[in-house]
Design a protein around this ligand. Sequence first.
Ligand SMILES: C[S@@+](CC[C@H](N)C(=O)[O-])C[C@H]1O[C@@H](n2cnc3c(N)ncnc32)[C@H](O)[C@@H]1O
Length: 291
Amino acid sequence: MEPKGISQEGGNTSLRDALANLGRKLTQGRNSREQGTETRELERLRDSYLSLMQGCLTGIIYEDKPLKALGTEVYDRSVREVGRDWPSMAHTMIGVKRLANLRTLAESVIRNRIPGDLIETGVWRGGACILMRAILNAHGVTDRRVWVADSFQGVPPPDSKNYPADEDSTYHTFEELSVSFEMVRRNFERYGLLDDQVVFLKGWFKDTLASAPIDRLALLRLDGDLYESTIIALNTLYDKLSPGGYVIVDDYHVVSGCRNAIGDFLASRKISSGLSEIDGVGVFWQKTPLS
Ligand SMILES: C[S@@+](CC[C@H](N)C(=O)[O-])C[C@H]1O[C@@H](n2cnc3c(N)ncnc32)[C@H](O)[C@@H]1O
């Protein structure tokens, strides 16, 4: 009886095939082991880079003191954690947890291939948008852009005729909220992240957002401090958000006008997916994914 794997024709092709198969399997095994190691190393380096960016952008690395505008000038890590102060130097005021939430959701739309760009409406010194650009960089994403929308001259005075919910807002009186276009550009440059994947929308949201040449969004971050700023961004941009994309609302629990705008918008669109909490200040929701 012919031993298994050995043919008659002066050769043992079956055995050879079997060995070749085994070799292939071993090679594949080695390659996938190597690939696994490389993937883990890549993830480690990516996390190191983005964590360092987060530490710099929030100012926790150098214990950046807060501006006097909101009271104390003493740095308190627990306050910065939930973004309840305005940093004197750091490039974002949204704090550690909301910046981490931005990273989680931005990485989720990349991993889950939710199509579209990323935008923040209300950027101040640009830090949250700088992190968005860094995330694209860390994941080697070259076909998405970061839209940076701001007046670059602070919050507008309340238009209480059209938006009564803003009547008592005093945010327009804070010079600290006015950061020039040149300064924000320079901040991107400082991190080596200013390029053609960053697009600035300069002006009041009522003049810029509706006509912005944005095709599709995967992530919409709202941080405009007013009913007006929140509702305009939603009314003009929500329909461009891909199913499975996210809306992040920075001020939900601390600015009543913003909260009212979200309530009105969700009711008008009959959206009942529910809001997820971030840090007791901000919330987010996911647009119903395609099934
Ligand atoms: C609280 S700050 C944003 C903080 C920022 N997201 C960060 O990471 O630190 C609010 C920003 O919204 C902008 N803003 C508010 N309402 C606006 C509007 N209607 N049009 C244009 N910019 C507006 C202000 O100029 C300001 O830069």
